[in-house]
Write a protein that binds this ligand. Sequence first.
Ligand code: CTP
Length: 412
Amino acid sequence: MRITLGVTGGVAAYKAAELVRLLQKDGFSVQVVMTRGAREFVTPLTFAALSGQKVITDLFGDSSGGEANLESAIEHIAVAQRTDLLLVAPATADILAKFARGIADDFLTTLHLASTAPVVMAPAMNVNMWNHAATQENVEKLRARGVKIVDPDEGYLACGMTGAGRLAGQNAIVAAVRETLKSQRDLDGETVLITAGPTREDLDPVRYISNRSSGKMGYAVAEAAARRGAKVILVSGPVNLEVPAGVERIDVRTAREMHNAVVDRFAHASIAIFAAAVADYRPVEPHTEKIKKSYAALTISLEPTTDILAEVAKNKGQRIVVGFAAETDRVAENARKKLSAKNADLIVANDVTAEGAGFDQDTNIVTLFSRDGRDLALPKLTKNEVAQRILDEVLRLRGVLHGTAEAKRSRV
Ligand code: CTP
């Protein structure tokens, strides 16, 4: 496991040296990244000697006179890809603000945006800075995004004041790292079946009825579930997306093909997530030859397709079944109706008319309506973040409905 340790500028920076040693003792390989502020307190040499790896200090390599080279200019991408967890200790008020806002003005902040790894931050600062509304808002924003914040300890601070602001103990930080990594594999042993994308219903050999679904939301859930250790089967309509690593994709075109692919696999799944925008109607009888233009009005008879979710969820046993509801009005009312009509456990509802939500976007604004009565309205998040929150809610809900994950698996 590879940890990237971001050290930022505070008196507690020297304590990060001991942290490197402890993490290594735990079997982690540690890449240290220091901000300019951190280098005012400790030299990179200390960390290089302890970690046995070159310390990264600059976005464009050594800027002391030398020319920036391409290799160092894109190093943050390479480091991001090999980072299993990003730990920032000590984290200043400044770095909390930058991470919360998504600012990318040095190596560490740029790496933060380029990485999809979980983030743990251990703040350390003056008590008033920690308690300041701006800092607390930033911390809340980061927590809402899934960042693990290791709260600072209370005590005597370097500035002479007493209160909360001391860097948490190193053992507590290492424990938070271990726990975060473990929670990342909380779908180990699960089989997650996911539908995604649109379907196409043929009118004739060259024309079809379809919709604007890009498949991004379903693919984000598939990627997140695979990263969290699940075996993932993705039944996908036609989309322009790469198969996420470790995911088995079954390509389908029509609602009928999707139905068949799902029925065959539902029995083996412990969690099923229906993110596809399945056509509700298909032409009763597609023309075998291209429909010729005439200047008279054309009427096409449509018949309803099978509601795949509702059909398989009738006999879902203790599987957790998640549906999506794309709405344009009365979101909560329609979502709750779908929850019971389709025998689902969770409905992920969004108002597709809202800005930053809906089709072919990288962000989404959703509310999760659970069978146990909880409504969880999430802020505007990336689809990857929404995917993580859906999976968190699935596991929470299963705990409430059926007991622990272990108990559940043995009963499916
Ligand atoms: N769904 C499905 N099979 C269908 C239609 C919908 O599995 N033939 C699933 C979708 O994947 C989604 C959920 O049902 O998880 C709700 O889809 P949505 O289109 O919002 O609802 P509908 O039931 O089609 O109702 P309406 O379009 O009238 O809102």
